[in-house]
Each structure stands twice: as C-alpha cells, then as structure tokens.
Design a binder for this molecule. Structure first.
Ligand code: PAF
Length: 289
C-alpha cells in the first residue's frame, strides 16, 4: 500500500489506474479507524478495482469550541488497518495542501444542511462539503463510500455531486455497531464507563420506535414520544434533537407514514456529542434482541 501526501502524486496515481481501465474507489476519513471505517473500505472494494483511503482531520468542519485539537489520531495504527483491509493507497495530506494560504472558496449545500446536525453545528456541513469536493477533485474517484451513521452528511454529499455535476457515484454503507448496539464512532473513545452505559439508550430508543411502528403506531408524535421517553431521565445523557424525517429530502415526516421515514437522534454525554438514526421499517443495522 502506498502512502501519498502531495496532491499531484495521488492524482497522478489515480489517473494512471484509470488509464489502465481500472475503477477507482474512495473512502474519505478523519482517521482513528474502527470497524465502521473498515466496512466502508470493504464496500468500496466491492465496487471498484483500487481503493484510496484519505486521512485528514478537516479543520473547517469543526466550530472553534469543538474538539479539533483533541480529535483522536493514530496514523501508524490506521495505516496498518488500511493495508490489512486491502486498500491500494492512503492519502494523508498536510492542512496547507488542502487549504492553501488565503483559500476563500467554500461549498454550501443549503436546505439539506439547515435541520438536525446543521442546527447544532451551523458551520459543520459547509466544511464537510468543501473538503469532500476538494478530495474528489484530487482523488478523481469513480465511486465514493460514506457511512449511514452520518446520514445527513451522506445525502448532503449526494446532493452536492448532483448539483455540481460531479462524475462520482456516492454509496451509503450500513451503520456498524458495537455488540450492545452503540453505533461505532471515533468519538466513543471519549466516553467514561457511566456515559458509555447511558449512550446505549440511543440505539435502544431507535429500536423501540421501530417496534412501535411494527405494532401499528402511525402517529409521528407518539413515535417520537417513545424515543424521548427512552432518552430521558438518564444522569449522564442530555438529549439533543429527536426527529422523524423523510429519508431523501430530510423534510419533517408527514402522515401517512410508510416506514421509509427515519428517526434521527443526537445526545450529549458530557462534552461528547453522539448521533444515530434508523428507518422506521426495513433496511437497518440495529440488533434485533
Ligand atoms: O465523516 C467523516 O469522517 C468526515 O466528515 C469526512 C467525510 C471524512 C470529511 O472530513
């Protein structure tokens, strides 16, 4: 596996593979890789001939009071995991390579980023869309894979690709969970034991909403009450948003519900903010028991 840190060398590698008729897959990450990231690489391998993984903790998607400086990093461990997972190249650029001195161009996807995480992190998606657009221009992927845990990010990137006429297929991969159902996230490492215990309520709440839907509950307010009930009264968890939205435009879900709508939750455990989501019915990675 080759490691690249310069824009022109990784771009040249990608072009060389394309000249050979190979399909290039891409998994952008911020590093500190876990099983969830490895599943994205596996998905990319299924859809392409050569997979490039980027590791870049993108400063523009963090607000000044967020965890940019303490975001967990482990380049050595990450490179081993990426190699073992079968990726062909890793792109590990310095900040100046992606944000040259004086950079003043940003990509903004408007409506999709106003709700949910966009309310709690108003500048976040502008940073994400901007860095992903830059990475796509550098890596020139035929296909890129994003996890459904960051569902709003996935649909935002799909929208950006359509709006900017980019030639890349964007695939959403299922959420990977710990044994107790907690969605895998690099930020789980911040949780103390008691916070970790309360964090399980997120996926339990989603599961209860699915069970209520399966039992015939069709009123959005009642389904959301089930979720709020599961998240409330926990010493170490402060609920953020609890919403039911359609899975495509992320509009507030309207009756009659057909099960494709998703429940979205966020919660704070101390300083750590976690998110999760699941559709009311069908495609889902929640453990059944
Ligand atoms: O999901 C992430 O890890 C990041 O938001 C991404 C897509 C790598 C952009 O920095």
């Amino acid at each position: 596996m080759n490691i690249f840190s310069e824009v022109h060398t990784i771009r040249e590698q990608s072009r060389a593979w394309k000249r050979q008729g190979l399909r290039v897959g891409f998994v952008p990450t911020m590093g500190y890789l876990h099983e969830g990231h490895l599943s994205l690489i596996e998905c990319a391998l299924q859809h392409s001939d050569r997979v490039i993984v980027s590791i870049f903790v993108n400063p523009t998607q963090f607000a000044p009071d967020e965890d940019l400086d303490r975001y967990p990093r482990d380049h050595e461990g990450d490179i081993k995991k990426i190699t073992d997972a079968g990726a062909a190249a890793c792109f590990l650029p310095p900040v100046e390579a992606l944000y040259p001195e004086g950079a003043q161009t940003f990509v903004e996807v408007k409506e999709l980023t106003r709700a949910l995480c966009g309310v709690e992190r108003p500048t976040h998606f502008r940073g994400v869309a901007t860095v992903v657009a830059k990475l796509f221009h550098i890596v020139l992927p035929d296909v890129a894979v994003f996890g459904k845990k960051d569902y709003q990010q996935l649909v935002t990137i799909q929208r950006m690709v359509r709006d900017l006429l980019m030639e890349v297929e964007v695939i959403g991969a299922p959420i990977v969970r710990e044994e107790d159902g907690l969605a895998m996230s690099s930020r789980n490492v911040y949780l103390s034991d008691v916070q970790r215990e309360d964090a399980r309520a997120l996926n339990q709440a989603l599961k209860l909403a699915r069970q209520a839907f399966a039992s015939g509950e069709r009123a959005p307010a009642a389904l959301l009450d089930v979720v709020r009930g599961q998240l409330s009264g926990r010493e170490h968890l402060r609920p953020g948003y609890v919403e039911l939205r359609d899975s495509f435009a992320l509009h507030t879900a309207q009756e009659p519900l057909d099960g494709t709508e998703r429940v979205f939750v966020s919660a704070y455990l101390g300083q750590t903010r976690l998110i999760d989501n699941a559709p009311l019915s069908g495609e889902c990675s929640l453990p059944e028991s």
